[in-house]
Ligand binder design. Structure first.
Ligand SMILES: [Zn+2]
Length: 421
């Protein structure tokens, strides 16, 4: 009896351990497990035991790789490699449309697939027009010529960074491409003041990278999910296909709200505010008299593009007095925006513009001490401070799609959370 009781206690202890251990393991390795899952999701083509390239089994040939040198001609290269003059002429005449042999360029790589036997006559000539596309001339039997492209794959990657000085500098420090900076700036243009980034602000991304032939990187294809922490405020964004028929994607946050606002935070992508909307501004030049400033000045280098902060119609585009070159846009019955001191205007009166369109370039025309755009925000015909307005959001994700959306983003959000800095 006593033994059984002790045994019972032991069993209980073992049971407890058995329950606790896996629980701890799950807690400890939650992120690790996620990573493994991510590995499995990565698409790749298994390496072939036989070397196949350009659609040919390279093992069957003597392979010569070279680049076009100055003075090389298509005829010379193939003549040296035993191709008869009439076959060379045939290519030049018959296949001018798919491959113009006179337009081979110095520095471009080419491959000769020669017969393995002496005298190693060229069977196939491959010329790389660019990193992905190539032209093939097959001299076996009757001459055949065609163009093709290398297989493209997309690999899922993750990255993270902590802002030290600028976003682009952080990208550089983390070996990430400038394209990533542009893509992130675009995703968060409505929610993050990129001209007010602070040390310690940080980001994480889950993205796909394009690879040609498994190995040649061809740039960031898509940011699937991103996280940006600005001033201690976390913002998530997920690229979601809200219209599968028309292939339309949009970034939404973890609550399915659209990251886009009806207005951009600033009319310049990267700039700093040099003067705020201030009705009590006093200026030394005017003897410290009150000279209200009804705009917000964004300083940026001369020639920086100025963007329409929302969709609308251009109602003014002219040069006038202190405004210099300026543009004014009517967005709806309530809002208008105005952009002053442009070096050059890019829109005409009556023209429809979309949020983010370049409407002109930073200048210092009119009354302007230095290169900047004075951004004026009109509400019901009065100039107001855009930073004090509760500006409308653009359309959120429809209710019917939200269940699917939350299921889609759950693993992506875990993945983001698990990316180490
Ligand atoms: Zn101003």
């Amino acid at each position: 009896m006593g033994n059984t009781y002790i045994q019972h206690l032991k069993n209980k202890a073992i049971l407890k351990k058995l329950i606790l251990l896996p629980l701890m393991a799950i807690l400890l390795f939650a992120c690790e497990v996620e990573k493994d899952d991510a590995q499995e999701e990565i698409e790749y083509e298994a390496p072939e035991p036989i070397v196949e390239e350009y659609g040919y089994i390279l093992n069957d040939f003597q392979v010569v790789r070279d680049t076009i040198q100055s003075g090389d001609t298509f005829g010379d290269i193939l003549d040296v490699n035993g191709v008869t003059a009439d076959k060379i002429l045939e290519v030049a005449h018959k296949f001018k449309d798919s491959f113009d042999v006179r337009r081979i360029m110095v520095g471009k790589p080419y491959v000769l697939l020669n017969s393995k036997e002496e005298p190693h006559t060229t069977q196939i000539f491959i010329y790389e027009t660019n990193a992905a596309e190539y032209a093939v001339v097959d001299f076996r039997d009757s001459v055949n010529c065609y163009t093709d492209s290398k297989p493209v794959i997309y690999e899922e990657r993750v990255a993270a960074g902590i802002i030290t000085s600028s976003l682009s500098q952080t990208m550089e420090d983390n070996n990430l491409s400038p394209a990533m900076t542009d893509k992130l700036a675009k995703i968060f243009a409505w929610t993050v003041n990129f001209f007010k980034l602070q040390e310690g602000d940080n980001f994480k991304v889950v993205y796909t990278e394009k690879f040609i032939n498994d190995t040649i990187p061809a740039g960031v294809e898509e940011i699937k999910a991103a996280y940006f922490e600005h001033n201690g405020n976390p913002i998530y964004s997920f690229n979601y296909e809200y219209d599968t028929i028309h292939n339309k994607f949009e970034y939404y946050d973890e609550k399915a709200d659209n990251l886009k606002k009806a207005f951009l935070k600033a009319p310049v992508a990267f700039s700093r505010i040099s003067s705020r909307y201030n009705l009590n501004r006093r200026i030394a030049y005017y003897g410290y008299k009150v000279r209200p400033h009804k705009g917000t000045d964004f300083a940026a280098p001369l020639g920086t593009p100025i963007l329409a902060t929302s969709n609308g119609t251009v109602i003014n585009s002219e040069y006038r007095g202190g405004n210099g070159n300026y543009v004014k846009i009517r967005h709806n019955g309530t809002y208008e925006t105005q952009y002053l001191h442009m070096k050059k205007r890019n829109v005409r009166v009556g023209q429809k513009v979309t949020q983010g369109d370049v409407i002109g370039w930073i200048g210092m025309t009119g009354n302007s001490g230095g290169p900047h755009v004075c951004y004026r925000f009109w509400k019901n015909g009065k100039q107001v401070d855009p930073f004090k307005q509760d500006l409308p959001l653009s359309t959120p994700l429809s209710k019917g799609l939200q269940k699917d959306y939350f299921a889609y983003i759950a693993p992506l959000k875990d993945k983001l959370d698990c990316i180490p800095y």
